[in-house]
Design a protein around this ligand. Structure first.
Ligand SMILES: [Zn+2]
Length: 639
């Protein structure tokens, strides 16, 4: 593998990389200024946050909900309850071993509103999703004076974080810390109401775009990475340093610190400004640094070419000390999932980093509602993951690319779905799925398979154009599933409601089989006289086993080498094709080009033909007749 990057030892010197100034890319609803001090021993943080919120809703606002995500890691929180259910279903494990020091929480010490005074005592926890009185992941404040349309309001919040031992998305492990979902974050005014859900074990995030100015004070020895660009770093007299970050047109801010990171850097040049790539590796995995750089650059090249320009000046890739912190996305910041032993033929590290980078486009920039429509982020991202990995490694070798063993990403996506096909539609709200397996199988695997199957209906190029249009038209907005489906119909010029109604909003299962494939002489007496030149009657029956109606192709082969392609609209439960020709049927296969990735069972798609006139059976029955006649004669003789 080519060595792309350059290993740099971390320097505590100030690095000033001002962002090129450009007009805002998003409606900047929020501006967060946070001054935070991290205690690396206690794994706690104290901060002062100033949030300036611009009321662009067109109406006066008198109440504001805030996410307090870290409270998900309190013992009786909804998140923990759901995570225990997942553990019982064979999912997330380890929580039963937690004791008091491992839990996490965020505590608001003071909550003031400029011009309206100290409202700390007015804060009220609400549980809009499940009514759990012990869930403190959403807090609401009523303002004495409403904020008029077009006006801004300034919240001054002092808070204290206790980070959990990392189990998912945020927390500490040894000297490593991933600071995700760590500050009070305002909800989104969306379609005429506040959208601010509790934190669930299977939900991710939704927030407004804006500007972040964050100061992190932490021990001097820490190597730090974060959303945005580092604009300053200054050492303090008490053995700490204060690192300053600035980010524009993002909707979240995450950071990480670990004194042992090895830093790899490179630059990607696509259709926009140069993008600085910063990879922070655990020392034990440092040999994999160039591999991370390579997959980031290759992925960025495909996204740039296929969907559009990456609009930020930097991307930070973090190799976390604990796998539980891996495979996570934040704006301009992703966590990977590598290990020192990953052989070159096992493309799992590439798969994770490609996937998390893809989120920059769907979660980060298009920014759909991950609580309510998770498929728009995870699913579209799983589809583009298949496309990118296949273009880099080949169709059936994008997960395992061995000499003797290969396995492709599209097979992995379809397999995940086929195990959980009947529980939930793609449009289910993320926390309402039957379980973790169904959430994963449907949100990721089914959506990817639905979009791969869609390629067979509208063409691969049209599909790429539709996804590009989705990105270009809706970047920095918060579009919905309806917007996505309409975009595909518009770009393809086709009414696809029949497909979307079954695939997206329904749970119908697609499964076609060849239930019968047989032949016998058209004229039995003729065949008896001259078997070689006889005409044979062949029949192929294709059966729609599932409720999902989908047009299909059937390939029929004969022993003279001839082949016929049939088309069936799939409307009835079954259909029979018949042939009379001077050749015997050899085999029949439904979906011979393997285009219908939603078919949950590929094993019943083909069948070898049998001689179907009962000749073999008659032969056997003749023996039986002879034998039974003999037997009865013998019995008659005895009696
Ligand atoms: Zn994902």
């Amino acid at each position: 593998m080519k060595f792309f990057g350059m290993l740099l030892l971390f320097s505590a010197l100030a690095v000033a990389q001002p962002q090129p100034s450009h007009p805002p890319l998003s409606q900047r609803v929020v501006h967060y200024q946070i001054d935070a001090k991290y205690d690396a021993k206690a794994k706690t943080l104290d901060a002062a946050e100033v949030l300036t919120y611009k009321n662009l809703t067109g109406q006066p606002l008198s109440s504001f909900p805030f996410h307090l995500y870290l409270n998900a890691f309190e013992p009786k929180a909804t998140w923990i309850r759901e995570a225990h259910r997942q553990a019982g279903q064979g999912g997330r494990a380890g929580l039963d071993e937690w004791d008091a020091k491992d839990y996490g929480a965020i505590d608001i010490k003071k909550f003031e509103v400029a011009g309206q005074g100290d409202l700390t005592s007015q804060l009220k926890f609400i549980s809009p999703d499940d009514g759990n009185p012990d869930d403190k992941t959403v807090v609401e404040v009523q303002l004495p004076k409403p904020i008029a349309p077009g006006q801004s309001v300034e919240f001054h919040i002092q808070f204290h974080d206790k980070f959990p031992q990392v189990v998912a998305r945020t927390g500490h492990y040894g000297d490593f810390i991933l600071g995700g979902q760590w500050f009070p974050k305002v909800g989104v005014w969306w379609h005429g109401a506040w959208n601010c859900h509790q934190f669930h074990a299977d939900t991710e995030f939704f927030a407004d775009f804006g500007v972040f100015d964050v100061k992190l004070t932490l021990p001097k020895a820490e190597v730090v990475g974060a959303t945005g660009m580092q604009t300053a770093s200054a050492e303090n007299s008490d053995g700490t340093k204060t690192v300053t970050f600035h980010a524009e047109d993002v909707h979240d801010f995450a950071w990480t610190a670990d004194p042992y990171y090895k830093v790899f850097e490179d630059t990607f040049q696509g259709s926009g400004q140069p993008v600085h790539i910063r990879v922070l590796m655990q020392p034990a995995n440092a040999a994999q640094g160039p591999r991370e750089i390579a997959i980031v650059k290759n992925t960025m090249q495909r996204f740039d070419q296929w969907y559009g320009t990456y609009p930020y000046p930097q991307i930070t890739v973090v190799d976390p000390a604990a796998l539980q912190a891996g495979g996570m996305e934040y704006p301009m910041f992703i966590t990977a999932g590598t290990t020192w032993w990953a052989p070159d033929s096992l493309l799992l590290p590439e798969g994770v980093t490609e996937h998390e980078f893809g989120h920059q486009y769907w979660y980060g920039i298009v920014a759909t509602n991950e609580f309510e429509e998770a498929w728009l982020d995870e699913g579209i991202n799983s589809y583009t993951e298949v496309k990118v990995l296949e273009s880099l490694y080949g169709e059936y070798r994008s997960v395992v690319n061995g000499k003797h063993v290969t396995f492709g990403d599209r097979e992995e996506q379809r397999f995940g779905y086929s195990q959980t096909a009947t529980f939930d539609p793609m449009t289910r709200k993320a926390w309402q799925f039957a379980g973790d397996a169904s959430y994963g199988g449907v949100t990721y695997g089914k959506t990817a398979s639905v979009l791969l199957t869609l390629e067979s209906l509208i063409g691969e190029d049209t599909m790429q154009h539709a996804v590009r249009t989705w990105f270009q038209r809706y970047k920095f907005t918060h579009p919905t599933g309806t917007d996505f489906l309409k975009t595909i119909e518009e770009v393809s010029g086709k009414d696809l409601s029949w497909y979307f109604n079954q695939a997206v909003t329904g749970t119908a299962v697609l499964d076609y089989e060849i239930s019968d494939a047989a032949y016998w002489p058209s004229d039995w007496y003729e065949a008896k006289r001259d078997e070689k030149n006889a005409t044979y009657h062949s029949e192929v029956t294709v059966h729609r086993k599932g409720n999902f109606i989908f047009p299909c192709e059937i390939e029929v082969r004969f022993d003279d080498g001839s082949m016929v392609r049939e088309h069936w609209d799939g409307q009835d439960r079954w259909h029979r094709f018949t042939y009379d020709k001077k050749a015997k049927l050899v085999s029949a296969e439904v979906d011979p080009d393997h285009k219908v990735w939603l078919d949950v069972d590929f094993f019943n798609n083909s069948k070898l033909a049998e001689r179907g006139d009962g000749r073999a059976r008659r032969k056997l029955s003749n023996y039986w007749l002879t034998f039974s006649e003999l037997l009865s004669q013998m019995l008659g003789w005895i009696s």
